[in-house]
Design a protein around this ligand. Structure first.
Ligand code: PEP
Ligand code: MG
Length: 569
């Protein structure tokens, strides 16, 4: 038995191990059709039955407060009732004498492949939804075995693709995790897996289906995006130990007390969350976040053919704010460019995209993109504590230009008689060395700073954050980066402005004391990291943290800085 590891995309965090079930949706041939009228009646009855099932999934998720996941099934019901799909299936029954099951599958497949041929990530993902709906109807009509029938003992499921309904229908006690040949982190299946806490890896390629068929046991790591077939006994023991450890840690951390967080000597450090969706905002609340420190709005813009309008943006801000009533919601304006591209806004090819048309630079040169977002934010601010955060700021001039646009947005709302907030706090990301070096001027004009260590590290060390060739050089703890953070904190505090840190470093409990010592007032990180960071803040003594920071600022290298850090449980 040889051990083989396949690497795909990390789609939903967590670890799973156990026997593999290679799921084949089993497209059983439809039984020979009866009279067209009879087949049409069977088809309508099957559609009605699937509709009831999907409605029950939707309701179950709503009851659990999982609104975003519930919306997936609301959309499936719309697909199921699509008159074009039903008319085409009916025509195949009546005119071509096809059995109901085949007619519906064919009509659905035609729609799905049409979408796929458009070669667009967002639309291809919707094709998977249509196929999921069609499979449900087919199972009802032919009695073929779905995932729920094929999964009889706890296992990791391997499949070409898996639909949201199949995922929802499989008992959670049996479905340990899943790995898919097909890709697409933004597919509804992946969104649902993250919401339900099912570890998942996608984009493994079709080879996995054949390879996994003979595997006796598999280990799936949804954090690193790997699937290991027939791991060695030692590796399996390691994976299982990590699995147990994660479970106990999650249980202990979940039961930890909530509320305002202070260091051992009573210094208040606000804990906020980084999110992109209402589901994540829900998780943030569950983990005790005191607000949202970074709402990345890119997701709403990515993988769709058009730009979301003001109403859609407003709906997202309302949905996020509804998860954390009364708490601050810091929304970052669209931050694309670099390696993030919008199908609705083709970016010119640039020799150095990370140094090019990115972040606020796009918003300022294309006000027709930034203005609707600012209007939506001002409108959301009428009902929630919305704060605006600007990405990729290098100078105070950019901040002033945004303030001018904000005035323009306000004038437009007044003219349209739209309710909106009178004032809103505006903060800047400190993620380019120039922003840290210009911090004094920025602190005079900005209401708050948020330090983006992910980009600050890449720009300070001239080291692409996604390039594995230079991964060794990418050191967020390099003293050069720390000096810029300290400089930004000092300038902000001279002007009475709070400083949040929202880069990945904010979620690393081992670094919490150092960050507090450097002057950070608020930490914003992934919801699941909050509990560990809370414990780290509570274990910190401010005077000791300052001493660590002073030594770190005088250090020669990231390695020396790491040696200064306290070990955390
Ligand atoms: C950062 O650069 O640290 C940051 C938080 O922004 P993003 O990771 O979205 O670029
Ligand atoms: Mg950034």
């Amino acid at each position: 038995m040889t051990t083989r590891t396949f690497t795909g995309q990390a789609a939903a965090p967590g670890i799973a191990s156990g026997p593999a079930v290679v799921y084949d949706p089993g497209i059983a041939p439809g039984a020979p059709g009866g009279e067209p009228a009879e087949e049409l009646a069977r088809l309508n009855a099957a559609i009605a039955r699937v509709d009831t099932t999907i409605a029950a999934y939707e309701q179950r998720l709503r009851n659990q407060g999982k609104r975003e996941e519930a919306e997936i099934f609301a959309a499936h019901r719309v697909l199921l009732r699509d008159p074009a799909l039903r008319d085409r299936a009916a025509a195949l029954v009546v005119e071509a004498g096809r059995p109901a099951a085949d007619a519906f599958s064919t009509a659905a497949e035609e729609q799905a492949s049409e979408l796929e041929q458009l070669d667009h990530v967002y639309l291809s993902a919707r094709a998977a939804d249509i196929r999921d709906v069609a499979r449900q109807v087919r199972h009802v009509l032919t009695g073929s075995r779905g995932l729920v029938e094929q999964l009889t003992t706890p296992a990791v499921v391997i499949a070409r693709e898996l639909g949201p309904s199949e995922l929802m229908n499989a008992p959670r006690s049996l479905l340990q995790g899943f790995a898919l040949a097909a890709g697409g982190l933004t597919s509804h299946t992946c969104i649902l897996a993250r919401g339900l806490g099912i570890p998942a890896v996608v984009g493994l390629g079709d080879a996995i289906l054949h390879a996994a068929a003979s595997a006796r046991i598999v280990a799936l790591d949804g954090d690193t995006g790997t699937l290991t077939l027939d791991p060695t006994a030692a590796l399996l023991a390691q994976v299982q130990a990590r699995q147990r450890d994660l479970k106990t840690r999650a249980a202990t951390l979940r039961s930890a007390p909530r509320g305002p967080v202070h260091t051992r000597d009573g210094r208040r450090v606000r804990l906020l969350a980084n999110v992109a969706t209402p589901a994540e905002a829900h998780a943030a609340r569950a983990w005790g976040a005191e607000g949202i420190g970074l709402l990345r709005t890119e997701l709403l813009f990515l993988e769709r053919p058009d730009l979301p309008d003001e109403a859609e943006q407003l709906a997202l801000y309302h949905a996020i704010a509804a998860e954390l009533p009364g708490l601050p919601i810091t929304v970052r304006t669209l931050d694309v460019g670099g390696d993030k591209h919008l199908p609705a806004l083709p970016l010119p090819a640039e020799a150095n995209p990370f140094l090019g048309w990115r972040g606020i630079r796009i918003g300022l040169s294309r006000p027709e993109i930034l203005l609707p977002q600012l209007r939506a934010l001002l409108r959301a601010g009428a009902e929630a504590d919305i704060r605006i955060l600007l990405p990729m700021i290098t100078s105070v001039a950019e901040l002033r230009q945004v303030r001018a646009l904000l005035d323009e947005a306000r004038r437009q709302l007044v003219a349209a008689g739209q309710r909106h907030c009178a004032t809103v706090q505006i903060g800047v990301m400190i993620e380019v060395p120039a922003a840290a070096l210009n911090a004094e001027a920025l602190a005079r004009d900005a209401d708050f700073f948020s330090i983006g260590t992910n980009d600050l590290t890449q720009y300070t060390l001239a080291c692409d954050r996604g390039n594995s060739q230079v991964a060794e050089l990418y050191q967020p703890l390099d003293p050069a980066v720390l000096r810029l953070i300290a400089m930004a904190c000092a300038a902000a505090h001279r002007h009475g402005r709070p400083v949040t840190l929202c880069g990945e470093l904010g979620g690393a409990p081992g670094v919490t004391a150092l960050l507090i010592g450097l002057g950070i007032d608020e930490l914003s990180c992934a919801p699941a990291a909050l509990a560990a960071v809370r414990a780290a803040v509570q274990a910190t003594d401010s005077a000791r943290a300052r001493a660590i920071a002073e030594q770190a600022l005088a250090a020669e290298s990231a390695a020396q800085v790491r040696a200064l850090l306290p070990t955390v449980a």
